[in-house]
Ligand binder design. Structure first.
Ligand code: ASP
Ligand code: MG
Length: 417
């Protein structure tokens, strides 16, 4: 007997039939004797619709009211799942974020969880074997008493945070894929599902473009050492052997992974934009003059490359920002042109970032060098490079993304046989 959190995403609760399927998954675990807290997303597409409604109502809407609106999708699915479970003879009760409460910061639309009081849920496990059905994505700010939401994809984070709060043995994330793959299987059909992946590697994969989990949920899992199991919600509950190991990927601490490859996976994102400032005077304070205003504007700068200009006297500086911030970044730079002092601004939005991730890189030299050679043999030009202990990224023309990902996937022996 154990304690489990089961999280179901939007496609898994997209309609009443699917909610019934979810309920059967829950029943399976209850029948196996586990205490269960379920965390649900809104029906797929619902949150987008609610966000659009807010924009439609007013482009500059109040963030507190935005949260009041967009949190409603999860209220519906948590109530519906509780109804279906009760209909199956299972004790169940829905919980909104404020009812638990899940206390968060007041950063509306991207609030951070501060504290969760799991006492009541805990007690009900003991007293009446009651399943808690918790609305993901939402919380409450204790100072203002207003509903908050955790940012898009936030119900993953709700699930892991609740798992930590009730000291669950594991947090199962049921989703429309059956685990974490070495890269996106739609781009590389030979991508393999990983049986296990370390928190650190998963954190990089998620941060660098893999969309399986919200980045913060992985961070939380790592901090609390909470094993997170990513598995498919489309497997028939009846077909699952409660004592066997179902297909999926366990995200866990590095020590639990026996056999590890140097490279774990490859992520990519096409949401990048490149800005290059040409012929900047090479003197102290220039980088501060460029990146200070960008930071003040809350723009995340990612890759930075500085090199000597064609004239040999000045310097060129290239950096990347999220494509969604591109216009603001450009405006910020051009309005500081006088202070920075550059001759020309070049930019490109049709670029993508391909990243190779593996904690094994810590103990292996030359991993990145191999990639540079392989890409050059394919005539793929690298515009910028960044490296860290366990990953490196290259910025390339977006048109070559798929080719680059496939090339690197084969190069590092990740293709399945
Ligand atoms: N429903 C929210 C969203 O679509 C939260 C989630 O699904 O994780 O972003
Ligand atoms: Mg999701």
């Amino acid at each position: 007997m154990g304690r489990l959190v089961m999280k179901f995403g939007g496609t898994s609760v997209a309609n009443i039939d699917r909610i019934r399927n979810v309920a059967r998954h829950v029943k399976r675990e209850v029948d196996a004797g586990h205490d269960v807290a379920v965390v649900v997303s809104a029906m797929s597409g619902k949150t987008n619709e609610l966000v659009d409604w807010c924009r439609d109502a007013s482009p500059l809407h109040d963030a507190r009211e935005y949260d009041a609106v967009v949190a409603s999708g999860e209220q519906v699915t948590s109530g519906l799942l509780a109804i279906v479970l009760q209909g199956m003879g299972i004790q169940a009760r829905s919980w909104q974020g404020w009812q638990i409460p899940i206390k968060t910061s007041d950063a509306h639309a991207s609030a951070r969880i501060l504290e969760i009081d799991g006492t009541e849920i805990f007690n009900r496990f003991g007293d009446r074997k009651e399943v808690a059905v918790i609305a993901g994505f939402q919380g409450i700010n204790p100072q203002t008493n207003r509903i908050t939401t955790l940012g898009r994809g936030g119900s993953d984070t709700s699930a892991v945070a609740i798992a930590a709060a009730i000291r669950a043995d594991r947090c199962d994330i049921y989703t429309d894929v059956d685990g974490v793959y070495t890269t996106d299987p739609r781009v590389v059909p030979k991508a393999r599902r990983l049986d296990k992946i370390a928190f650190e590697d998963m954190l990089e994969l998620a941060s660098l473009g893999a969309k399986v989990l919200q980045v913060r949920s992985v961070e939380l899992g790592m901090v609390h050492n909470m094993p997170v199991f990513v598995r498919s919600s489309f497997d028939k509950p009846e077909d699952i052997d409660p004592h066997g190991t179902p297909p999926g990927t366990l995200i866990c601490s590095e020590e639990e992974i026996m056999e590890s490859h140097v490279v774990t996976g490859i992520a990519f994102t096409k949401d990048e934009a490149q800005i290059s400032l040409r012929q900047i005077e090479d003197k102290p304070g220039v980088a501060a003059a460029i990146f200070g205003p960008l930071a003040d504007a809350n723009i995340n700068v990612d890759m930075i490359v500085q090199n000597v200009s064609e004239d040999g006297k000045t310097t060129d500086l290239t950096f990347t920002v999220p494509a969604s911030d591109y216009n603001r970044a450009r405006d910020t730079i051009t309005s500081s042109k006088g202070k920075i002092g550059y001759a020309r601004l070049d930019s490109a939005t049709d670029v993508s970032k391909v990243s190779v991730i593996g904690s094994g890189m810590r103990s292996h030299a030359g991993v990145a060098a191999k990639a540079f050679k392989a890409l050059s043999e394919r005539n793929i030009n690298i515009r910028a490079i960044t490296t860290s202990e366990i990953k490196f990224s290259v910025l390339i023309d977006a048109a070559y993304t798929e080719l680059a990902v496939r090339t690197l996937h084969t190069l590092y022996g990740l293709d399945q046989a």
